[in-house]
Write a protein that binds this ligand. Structure first.
Ligand code: DGJ
Length: 544
């Protein structure tokens, strides 16, 4: 497997890439509107440079945001056609001595991202990283009074930070605020479009902290704010066990962790109001099992309401999805796309099964999507969780990004308006029908390039995929891979027949579609046949 980015792309793909702009270029360092989230009618947009933006992302490995490893990261980013890199900022590096901040790495990330014309999502590896606190600086680690561990039910410490330390909250908030202050001062171009606050917070190996300090809080009345937010005010009162019964331990930890993370986020936002989210290590979305069998206290699906109440400074609670089964993946998307929560999938596993789920996320209105571990972290290391040693995990994601890249801004805008549908082949279905008002787009997999009325057989590798976005009543953007997309009147009784008035292959350049050729004849007589080379079409329909 070659993840250095040096492997040649198929010639046709390489040529098409030369011809199409895959990224919105990061603007020159000049004042422009602050990135932010917008919500309307239960849908959400991440607005960057004043317009909805779709993160076609990739996350580097944990120890890869260093000068020695970034070349491998950028070659992976370039090869994928990603428009955004998600990269960590390490508290231990950022504040090696208390009160002394080292901006070398973050400055280098911003500078190199601009050179590569991609945006950044920075991941604040602060008090929590995967339920532990391994990224706190040595001066914190060696002073347990600042960042005490969770105490398990048996009285032994657990490798997870307690959320009940005022000193840890103060130290983390101060460092994070310094990072945001520095970004505000140094990144007028908004190369950094969003920040993740902490990483997969919560605790493994204990449902909550059972220290004396935590126990005292546990025995206090549940805060009124939380009861109000959960619709329990006036219905229930008492301490955590009285109000929440068997869920009390887990809910208490979720509230405590969320309050901490929310306050760190608020401290950062008060310096520089960029979009912020935190990520979740998931529980099984269909058969979760009891608390304690998954990481406890993070924004798992059962405590999203608690997190929303406790951490209003976070714009999104985002699932890291390493569940390749389609039903589970789709269930996670449902659970995390809510009127009060923009859907963002900042980490995905690396097998081709995950690349297929990009389309399911897009169809649910996702503002961003990224596989984890895109670079080779060390020789012999199998990157991208879920990938097999002989997989080429970047290829499947690169294909997605090269399909959507040339129309990504329009897809983001239209998705915010609820006018995008996206599908990927999944047996036993060989046909997908996508309703768009008076039209339906019919996607078929495994039909011959010529002729109508043939039963779709599916592709041998089940790798067909399509995105259809409605520009106007009779106008669409379409991109696909190994499929046919045809448009038919929605009403099956209609005598009207579809006419392709104009089908243009092209891409958007600074908001304007430029056609490189017009499709007609064999290219449209039987529908729009998409082969292996990613292309985007603008389609105008009429009837006869
Ligand atoms: C999820 C974490 O958020 C990442 O930082 C990384 O540790 C991956 N797990 C590894 O699979």
């Amino acid at each position: 497997m070659d993840l250095t980015g040096t492997r040649a792309l198929p010639l046709a793909l390489a040529l098409s890439l030369l011809a199409t702009p895959l990224r919105s270029a990061a603007p020159d360092p000049a004042p422009n509107p602050l990135p932010h989230f917008e919500s309307r009618g239960g849908r959400h947009a991440l607005v960057v440079d004043g317009a909805p933006f779709l993160i076609l992302g990739g996350q580097c490995n944990n120890s890869s945001a260093w000068a020695s490893t970034l070349p491998g990261v950028w070659s992976a980013v370039d090869r994928m056609g990603a428009n955004t890199l998600e990269a960590p900022v390490y508290w231990e590096q950022f504040e090696p001595d208390q009160g002394h901040f080292d901006t070398t790495l973050v400055d280098m990330l911003v500078r190199q991202a601009r050179e590569h014309r991609v945006r950044l999502v920075l991941l604040w590896f602060g008090t929590w990283k995967n339920g532990s606190s391994h990224y706190v600086p040595a001066w914190v680690k060696s002073n347990p009074a600042i960042c005490p561990k969770v105490i398990g039910k048996n009285g032994a410490p657990v490798d997870s930070p307690s959320p009940h330390s005022a000193a840890a909250l103060e130290a983390d908030s101060r460092a994070f605020a310094a990072l945001m202050r520095h970004l505000k001062a140094s990144d007028a171009a908004h190369t950094v479009i969003m920040v993740q606050v902490e990483n997969e917070s919560g605790a493994w190996n204990s449902v909550r902290d059972y220290s004396a300090a935590a126990q005292a809080l546990f025995e206090k009345p549940v805060p009124k704010d939380l009861l109000v937010a959960l619709g329990l005010a006036g219905k229930r009162r008492g301490d955590w066990a009285e109000v929440f019964g068997k869920d009390a331990d887990e809910y208490f930890h979720a509230w405590s962790v969320a309050r901490f993370v929310g306050q760190v986020a608020a401290a950062g936002k008060s310096e520089y109001d960029l979009p912020m989210y935190t990520n979740a290590a998931l529980r099984d979305p269909i058969a979760p099992g009891p608390a304690g069998t998954y990481e406890s206290g993070g924004p798992t699906d059962n405590v999203l309401g608690i997190w929303k109440a406790a951490a209003p400074a976070l714009d999104a609670l985002a699932p890291d999805i390493y569940l390749p089964e389609s039903a589970k993946y789709r269930r996670v998307l449902e659970l995390y796309s809510r009127p009060d929560n923009p859907l963002l999938v900042p980490e995905n596993g690396g097998s081709p099964a995950f690349a297929r789920m990009f389309f399911a996320a897009l169809a649910k209105g996702a503002v961003g999507w990224a596989p984890f571990g895109i670079d080779r972290a060390s020789d012999g290391y199998v990157p991208m969780t879920g990938a097999r040693p002989d997989d080429d995990p970047l290829a499947a994601v690169a294909l997605n990004y090269h399909m959507v890249g040339p129309i990504a801004r329009e897809v983001a805008r239209l998705n915010y308006e609820g006018r995008v549908q996206a599908v990927a082949e999944e047996s036993p279905e060989r046909t997908a029908t996508l309703p768009f008002g008076r039209w339906r787009a019919v996607v078929t997999y495994g039909v011959p390039a010529f002729g109508a009325g043939r039963e779709p057989k599916g592709n041998p590798d089940e790798d067909g995929r399509a995105v259809v976005a409605q520009l106007g009543d009779n106008e669409f953007l379409v991109t696909g891979h190994l499929c046919r997309v045809d448009f038919l009147p929605s009403d099956p009784a209609s005598k009207e027949q579809r006419e392709y008035l104009r089908v243009e292959e092209g891409a958007y350049y600074n908001g304007t579609f430029r056609a490189s050729r017009i499709w007609n004849g064999d290219q449209t007589d039987w529908g729009l046949n998409f082969g292996r080379t990613p292309v985007a079409l603008r389609v105008r329909l009429g009837t006869y």
